[in-house]
Write a protein that binds this ligand. Structure first.
Ligand code: B16
Ligand code: MG
Length: 217
């Protein structure tokens, strides 16, 4: 068995809550395009890239995709609204238990990093001040394949200088847990969509250095 050297956290839904902002931004676009969009569809877009999310909204509405130019303009419009909304984020938007967990892991010499599908990761980390609590960041700006592809988790491990078998991934999305497994790492799942993971909890508040260590040991 390998010794635990690193923990890789998904961002949205694990360390911060941005669901409501994605919802509001997609809802604005969907209303404008007279398309149906509700909390349930929003929930299914967790961990899914911006491009794939818009394709899924079209599919859900049984609408044909517009021209590439129009599609890109719509993604940009959604993202401008999203950026405006996350501009209001502060450290108050960090989920309870996150800072304590990151601090205690690093105190034990276990590196911490972020693996997020979001291209807005740098803004979210800066606005919430979370960037000072992690050793490395891998995000949607640097990868070509979306979760469930393992690329973003493998990149986060590489940036920490660790092999995948010494890392554990933490995710709240089904596609994210699959990505962790595809990277040959042990997974911790948060909430309903995390049920395929080796350990399932409701929030990071329930996690500790000991619980992580017991998963690899
Ligand atoms: P952006 P994660 C994901 O982040 C979100 O869960 C998902 O809802 C969003 O569509 C995706 O990032 C892309 O975000 O439009 O900001 O590039 O959960 O992987 O941290
Ligand atoms: Mg997530």
């Amino acid at each position: 068995m390998s010794e635990l050297k690193g923990v890789i956290f998904d961002l949205d839904g694990v360390l911060v809550v941005t669901d409501k902002f994605h919802y509001q931004a997609w809802k604005m676009l969907a209303d404008e395009l007279k398309m149906d969009f509700d909390e349930e569809i929003n929930h299914q877009l967790r961990g899914v890239s911006r491009e794939e999310s818009l394709k899924r909204i079209y599919r859900h509405n049984k609408r044909e995709l517009p021209s590439q130019e129009e599609f890109t303009a719509q993604m940009t419009k959604k993202n401008e609204k999203y950026k405006e909304l996350i501009g209001t984020m502060t450290s108050d938007d960090i989920l309870p238990g996150s800072i304590e967990l990151l601090t205690s892991l690093r105190k034990e010499g276990i590196k911490c990093s972020i693996a997020s599908a979001s291209k807005n990761t740098p803004h979210v980390l800066k606005n919430t001040d979370l960037d000072q609590y992690v050793d490395a960041v891998a995000d949607g700006n640097e990868v070509t394949h979306s979760k469930p592809h393992p690329e973003v988790f493998l990149l986060a491990a590489k940036k920490m200088g660790l092999p995948p078998e010494e890392c554990i991934g933490v995710e709240d999305a089904e596609s994210g847990v699959e990505a962790i497994h595809n990277a040959k790492m042990v997974a911790v799942g948060i909430g309903e969509q995390g049920k395929a993971a080796e350990l399932v909890v409701q929030s990071v508040k329930e996690l500790s250095v000991e619980r992580f260590r017991s998963l690899l040991g």
